[in-house]
Ligand binder design. Structure first.
Ligand code: SF4
Ligand code: MSK
Length: 633
């Protein structure tokens, strides 16, 4: 069907976001390719890859299993489809857990720099948050200066990556509920150190080590727990300490936030260490003066993907779009520079930028793209370094070709920044009102919706459809990442969106002045949901798996989503996947993920490409949990 469609039909089907079609047509006129064009060229995608039955783990291979049973049923070493599919999935999970946790390592390193004095342009912005973390970790705070507390906390954080003993991770131990910890201990999946769990996956998936799908997946859950309850959690907690814990803030979202009269700079990636500095430095009179000297009104910093979410929530910096819009932002012809850190940055940005005046600036030693300008971000001289990077953008304004500029007019107002603290404060400081609303059935349950966009799905359509269906059925939706950007763009984060909710949720939202769907942050901030779930379960005296709650990643593409989904499953949730994971070549692996997992950890995956049907499964699951708790359905 895709191949028979005309270009116009294909572009119309690409997205429900009104900024996309005109920019795809502009790209077409100007001979520029996007992910959608490349997706089309990849059709038909490799059947072995889609099923997960291709193995390249050693040089006897590559080997592939014939899914129809006419050809080989084993690789050269004897690995069958179950082993190969499980190993491939676990390697994807390891990459996702590593990405989140390496992001955390960079944050913790700069936090160490605050303690040791070299990170002079960073500070402890939220002392209360730091004291709370210290108390949770069992660090005594009485009579100590804030720097003394910070020193003890950072020492614990640093050890999380490579702690040599077998004791549980300290952050997991501090924040996960007792019942969960006991279950993980019994199952032998308590994570010991973040790097160790990732390394062990790489070891086990080497030829001739672990061939048992169950044993492999168990280790995957252990690495995912290390990511969620420690790696990602540290990234969130220390970002809050250094840059402030998000509070509700009004912002603008979508490509209409680009300005014709200003130098437009897009920060893209995930880590706030640089993007926060760029956003601050752009207001510096020296930089504003420089912008004026090249004929612009000022500097307009906008965000993309999750580093965009970080500066959106904390500073109100407008967000230009989510994952699939990164190339479109350049195609507007109005972008002077894309400043990137890491993750979700398409190498294609350089090709697209070569057709315009836009400069792609990489800043991290671990992220270099041929054709981009590389200016290493020096965290010890963060402000000066950010200025140096920003100057390249400002000086590029004179190269903008006015005749080629097309900025879509669409932008939407949104209220974002619902950290756990902000939600608690909206509730009047305690979980009681939320627990009461859940028990009475005004709010039937909670759904965490997260994740990316993916050309396999009409851009933003599943995010919107699933959220609509859930809130209409009185389910409060919270979420992160590119889902949160989609919701910002499509009006779900305006308090007026309460009108789309069912009667019970609508009443609660109106009373509290909050939207029916809440922006909790970037991908690593899925850890905020873990903290909220743990607090709610403890408050109600039940396990997380007993809660009327479920998760969903309707348009996921990233290996990080594999890790996120897995730590939610291991924490006891039902998790929906809206794009099909590359596992269908093994009935055993499919059964482990979608059935057997539940009897072990209380959570499991289900796959459904239709978002409305998926929402109904989640709603039924929530009803079932309510029945078990003796709450009215
Ligand atoms: Fe083939 Fe086994 Fe090597 Fe994989 S590990 S490439 S299945 S021989
Ligand atoms: S940016 S991981 S596309 S959510 Fe976090 Fe968006 Fe997914 Fe990247």
């Amino acid at each position: 069907r895709i191949l028979r469609a005309t270009k116009r039909e294909f572009y119309e089907q690409a997205s429900i976001d009104p900024t996309v079609l005109p920019l795809l047509e502009k790209a077409d006129r100007e001979g520029v390719e996007t992910a959608w064009h490349r997706y089309l060229k990849q059709q038909p995608q490799c059947g072995f890859g889609l099923l997960g039955v291709c193995c390249r783990n050693c040089n006897m291979g590559p080997c592939r299993i014939d899914p129809f049973g006419y050809g080989p049923d084993k690789g050269i070493c004897g690995a069958d489809a179950d082993t190969i599919v499980a190993r491939n999935l676990m390697r994807a999970l390891a990459a996702g857990a590593a990405a989140h946790s390496d992001h955390a390592r960079d944050i913790v390193e700069v936090f160490r720099g605050i303690v040791d004095g070299w990170a002079k342009d960073y500070k402890i912005a939220d002392e209360q948050k730091l004291l709370g973390i210290a108390r949770a970790l069992g660090v005594k705070t009485d009579g100590k200066s804030i720097m003394e507390v910070a020193k003890e906390v950072v020492e614990i954080a640093e050890m999380e990556f490579g702690k040599p003993d077998n004791s549980p991770l300290r952050f997991l131990n501090a924040y996960a509920p007792e019942r969960r910890k006991e279950l993980w201990r019994k199952l032998g999946i308590t994570p010991r150190a973040i790097d160790r769990e990732v390394t062990e996956i790489m070891h086990r998936t080497h030829m001739g080590v672990d061939a048992d799908p169950l044993n492999l997946i168990a280790q995957g859950l252990r690495a995912a727990l290390a990511d969620g309850w420690s790696g990602s959690m540290m990234a969130t907690l220390f970002s809050d300490v250094m840059f402030g814990t998000p509070k509700p803030i009004k912002v603008w979202a979508n490509l209409g936030v680009l300005r014709e009269d200003s130098v437009n700079v897009m920060v893209h990636g995930h880590n706030p260490l640089l993007s926060m500095q760029i956003a601050e430095v752009a207001k510096d009179p020296e930089m504003v003066e420089l912008a004026k000297s090249v004929g612009a009104e000022g500097i307009n910093v906008v965000g993309m993907c999750c580093t965009g979410n970080e500066v959106l929530m904390r500073l109100g910096i407008p967000i230009a779009g989510n994952f699939l819009q990164q190339e479109l932002a350049i195609i507007t012809g109005a972008l002077e520079a894309v400043i990137v850190d890491y993750q979700c940055i398409m190498p294609a940005l350089v090709d697209v930028a070569s057709c315009y005046h836009t400069k792609i600036i990489t800043t991290e030693p671990k992220t270099k793209i041929p054709g981009a300008i590389h200016i290493e971000f020096d965290k010890a001289n963060a402000r000066e370094s950010a200025k140096k990077i920003l100057k390249v953008a400002v000086e590029n304004f004179k190269n903008r070709v006015k005749e080629r500029v097309f900025i879509p007019k669409e932008k939407m107002e949104a209220v974002v920044g619902f950290s756990v603290e902000a939600i608690l404060s909206a509730l009047g400081g305690s979980l009681e009102p939320l627990a009461d609303a859940l028990k009475s059935g005004k709010i039937k349950g909670i759904a965490g919706v997260v994740g990316c966009t993916n050309p396999k799905v009409r851009h933003d359509s599943s995010h919107v459809a699933i959220t609509k269906e859930l809130i209409a059925n009185d389910i409060l939706v919270v979420g992160t990442g590119c889902w949160a950007i989609a919701m910002s763009k499509h009006g779900f984060f305006k308090p007026e969106a309460a009108e789309m909710a069912g009667p019970g949720l609508r009443e609660v939202c109106k009373a509290l002045g909050i939207p029916p769907a809440l922006h909790m942050g970037s991908c690593v901030d899925c850890s905020r949901m873990l903290i909220a779930l743990a607090a709610l379960a403890d408050h109600l005296g039940v396990d997380i798996s007993d809660l009327p709650a479920a998760g969903s990643a309707p348009e996921w593409y990233s290996e990080k989503a594999v890790s996120i989904g897995s730590y939610f499953v291991a924490s006891g949730l039902l998790v929906h996947l809206g794009t099909i994971p590359q596992v269908l070549g093994s009935k055993r692996v499919v059964e482990l993920l979608t059935k057997d997992a539940e009897s072990l950890v209380g959570g499991k995956f289900f796959v459904e490409t239709d978002p409305v049907k998926a929402a109904r499964v989640m709603i039924e699951h929530i009803r079932e949990k309510r029945r078990k708790l003796g709450w009215p359905e």
